[in-house]
Design a protein. Structure first.
Length: 526
């Protein structure tokens, strides 16, 4: 059975000269780099002596590297076949680790046989991973997310297993991985806790850029643990960013998102649906209409949905919002949204999110530096790994690759000649703010005037209107809402229009018989 033992009990069985020779080898530097990044996660093969010590059969370089990196314990096994079982279990608990290991092998330009020797992973296993790599999407490692369940207070293994919806054996394996990655765990009977806890004022500390050294001193942990803590907090939804100052990386919490010129961010294809202003957590959120919309999406064979903001109702968005709040805690709203999306979103869908003004208000006011949509997307990825989840921030620029437009250009001005060519359509997705205007097209007119490039399709959330119109040849979509009413919009004299939009394409011919595509917009009222 794989288990941890003190490095003091490990006997290498080689001379000091041989140890120094190993340290000078290129293979050793690669192994040390892997342990620094991933932890010493693979057991070393040993034989137990009569004196209760362990002689290394395979893994001497890993032992030497672990000692140099300051580890106190190392994972061992006396069963050669258990290594394969351990690798399978490790990847099951952390599918992203497979990607990390393959990236490490590729970066170091290792052959399969050399990688097998260095990392203790059979070359046949690595080959299988490589063949499947392009079909797999990285997932949130559970051995990291377990920190969310044991950081605040000691808990029993059975309680952690219940909260994470895994078996107790899975929890024990995750704890082994945490220890292998350098975390210091304390166990009192069946209660588990982490000795090195994150201080309560860590968010205030990170409102200013901090170096890794400053973080290790503040958190009272080593550098590797500090990096993992930051990664866990990012996965929870905290918008932790990096900046290089004088050649040194510093970490800080982003308090606000500064508006910048939109850039290309992704590729989508028709048909797709647009579902906006869901407002989960609102008293007036219509869950039945949301469920019906997704049933229609599934029936029409659509596998891509755009969400232009306000998935959540948020807290502290506008004055006199109390009648509109069914759930008054943002963390509970996020969990409710995860539960609803987990239940209703069809399998293997591609979802594309941006932030709405309701989520932006939470980031700016309620929890400084916390991005509720980032937290929602990360939690959803954990319970629905089949979904392709994409989050872009304040806005998104997407290419609709199969909606072809025919452009005409004047070539050789001295000898006039017009040339036709095909170009894909550009979609710009954003979320508006403030009240509407005397005409529903007025906000779109202002937005189009400010765009730095000619978009073919503009999608605007926020206004709770269901509409499609053209402004100077540009298709504009207002995709409706799933909030049946809102005291904010009632006060502004506006009525919420429940519904969503499905966009498809029609093939049409042009004057010179060049194939062309035309957008078909279906406004669906609910």
């Amino acid at each position: 059975m794989a288990r941890f033992v003190s490095l003091d009990k490990i006997k290498l069985g080689i001379t000091e000269e041989e140890v120094e020779e190993i340290k000078s080898s290129s293979d050793y530097k690669i192994i040390k780099d892997a342990i620094r990044k991933l932890g010493c996660i693979l057991p070393i093969l040993v034989e137990e002596t009569k004196k209760g010590r362990y002689v290394v059969v395979d893994g001497k370089k890993r032992v030497i590297a672990a000692r140099e990196l300051g580890l106190e314990e190392i994972l061992i096994t006396e069963d050669k076949d258990e290594l394969k079982d351990w690798i399978n279990k490790l990847v099951k608990l952390d599918p992203e680790l497979k990607q990390q290991i393959l990236s490490f092998i590729k970066t170091k330009n290792l052959s399969l046989r050399r990688a097998e020797k260095l990392l203790g992973i059979p070359d046949s296993t690595i080959w299988k991973w490589q063949r499947k790599l392009m079909k797999q999407k990285p997932q949130t490692p559970k051995w990291l997310t377990i920190l969310q369940y044991i950081d605040d207070e000691p808990k029993s293994i059975s309680k952690i297993a219940e909260e994470m919806n895994v078996t107790e054996e899975d929890v024990k394996d995750m704890l082994l991985l945490l220890k292998a990655a350098g975390f210091v765990l304390y166990q009192d009977g069946d209660l588990i806790s982490i000795i090195s806890r994150i201080p309560d004022d860590w968010t205030k500390f990170l409102t200013q850029p901090r170096t890794l050294k400053e973080l290790t001193e503040k958190f009272k942990v080593d550098a590797q643990t500090a990096r993992v803590i930051l990664e866990v907090k990012r996965r929870e939804g905290w918008d932790i960013r990096e900046i290089i100052v004088d050649g040194e990386t510093k970490y800080f919490l982003s308090i606000r998102d500064e508006k910048s010129a939109p850039t290309f961010q992704g590729i989508i294809q028709l048909p797709f649906a647009i579902i906006s202003d869901v407002h989960i957590g609102s008293t007036w959120f219509d869950e039945g209409a949301f469920s019906n919309a997704l049933d229609i999406v599934a029936e029409r064979g659509i596998n891509t949905i755009l969400f232009p903001g306000d998935i959540l109702q948020g807290v502290g968005v506008y004055a006199r919002e109390d009648p509109d709040l069914a759930v008054r805690n943002i963390d509970e709203q996020i969990q409710l949204a995860v539960d609803i999306f987990e239940s209703y979103i069809p399998e293997n869908m591609s979802l594309h999110f941006i932030m709405g003004n309701h989520e932006y208000a939470v980031k700016s006011k309620t929890k400084v530096g916390f991005d509720p949509i980032l937290g929602f997307v990360n939690k959803l990825s954990g319970v629905r790994p089949d979904l392709d989840l994409n989050y872009y921030g304040l806005d998104a620029t997407l290419v609709i690759s199969n909606l072809v437009k025919i452009e005409t250009a004047l070539m050789f001005p001295k000898m006039p000649r017009f040339v036709s060519f095909e170009s894909p359509s550009l979609l710009y997705m954003m979320h508006g703010s403030g009240q509407g205007a005397y005409a529903i097209s007025y906000p779109a007119q202002k937005i189009l005037r400010s765009l730095p490039y000619p978009a073919n399709l503009v999608v605007i959330g926020h206004y709770h209107q269901l509409a499609h119109f053209k402004i100077e040849g540009v298709d504009v979509i207002l995709p409706g809402t799933f909030q049946s009413r809102s005291h904010y919009f009632i006060g502004k004299g506006s009525v919420c229009q429940k519904g969503f939009v499905i966009l498809e394409k029609e093939e049409v011919g042009s004057e010179d018989n060049i194939p062309n595509s035309r957008l078909k917009v279906d406004l669906i009222s609910l």
